[in-house]
Design a protein around this ligand. Structure first.
Ligand SMILES: NC(=O)c1ccc[n+]([C@@H]2O[C@H](COP(=O)([O-])OP(=O)(O)OC[C@H]3O[C@@H](n4cnc5c(N)ncnc54)[C@H](OP(=O)(O)O)[C@@H]3O)[C@@H](O)[C@H]2O)c1
Length: 261
């Protein structure tokens, strides 16, 4: 028996909506590497298949599903397929979201359609996927783990047209605390990670601007933006027995950015 056994996900089954994306694929791969059987869900079957193939090639067990998590029936299908394939569901890591850099508007002019799009992409996707997953966890009767992805933008303003995104991530952080409170009685722990900029295609259009990137990096004590690999250790912690008494927490993964504010 090693102290590291508490971090093992052997015998656990994890669902990763958005698992075909930059952060989601890193999360799915890390969970599989820690021993979990993983269902990778993304909008297209091809994207989910590509990640699943990499996980299988590394010796992991993986189911790939193409599904739109903004449709309740699709969320039901991804959960039912997971339980049918692996016999249970223990973990959901919500990785659908983002979009901030695509809809930058002054706060006083922020258009309603852009606002709704960001909210659907970030909040409704997390809500519908989590509701379906948690119903299965409650039915399974052995607790579970929900991990959301918030952002430092939930608590820090940024002078770059981010109104809808900061509000949506604020909602994710609030829901994390609310769900932790409501679902504790079912043995379901709910936490979130809160990254600063992570070097991914979603934010490339911002970080490709040297002046913008220099300004971001100058405010981060550790002197760089994040990489997807910076997020996975925390995910394994939050999804494993190492964090049994941790719920309702939002962990900044930001190189010290929020410590300076
Ligand atoms: N990157 C950062 O700097 C950063 C920082 C802090 C927090 N975050 C958060 O981290 C999360 C993941 O970001 P990321 O950079 O990995 O984004 P990403 O690469 O775009 O990954 C998201 C994935 O979800 C898919 N998706 C979107 N809507 C979907 C739907 N309705 N049903 C199924 N799949 C859907 C996307 O497919 P499509 O491409 O087809 O839409 C994409 O493959 C987001 O919540 C983001 O806000 C990111």
């Amino acid at each position: 028996m090693s102290q590291l056994d508490a971090f093992s996900l052997a015998g656990r089954v994890a669902l990763v909506p958005g698992g075909g994306g930059a952060i989601g694929s890193a999360m799915a791969t890390a969970l599989a590497g820690a021993g979990a059987k993983v269902t990778v869900v993304d909008r297209t079957q091809e994207l989910a298949d590509a990640v699943a193939e990499r996980i299988r090639a590394a010796g992991g067990e993986c189911l790939a599903i193409g599904a739109d998590v903004l449709q309740e029936s699709e969320c039901e299908r991804m959960v039912a397929s997971t339980v049918e394939k692996f016999g249970r569901l223990d973990i959901i890591v919500n990785c659908v979201g983002g979009g901030a850099g695509k809809v930058l508007f002054d706060a006083q002019e922020y258009p309603r359609d852009a606002w709704d799009w960001i909210y659907e992409l970030n909040v409704r996707s997390t809500l519908l996927a989590t509701q379906a997953a948690v119903r299965a966890m409650i039915a399974g009767g052995h607790g579970g783990r929900v991990l959301n992805i918030s952002s430092v933008r939930a608590s820090l303003g940024i002078n770059a047209g981010y109104s809808a995104y900061v509000a949506a991530k604020g909602a994710i952080s609030s829901l994390t605390r609310q769900w932790a409170t409501e679902w504790a009685k079912h043995g379901i722990n709910v936490n979130a990670i809160s990254p600063t900029f992570v070097d991914t295609p979603q934010v490339a259009m911002l970080l490709d601007d040297p002046a913008f990137k220099a300004n971001v990096v100058a405010r981060i004590p550790l002197g760089r933006v994040g990489g997807t690999g910076d997020l996975t250790g925390a995910a394994i912690f939050f999804c494993s027995d190492a964090s049994t008494f941790v719920t309702g927490q939002i962990l900044g993964i930001d190189g010290g950015l929020t410590a300076t504010q």
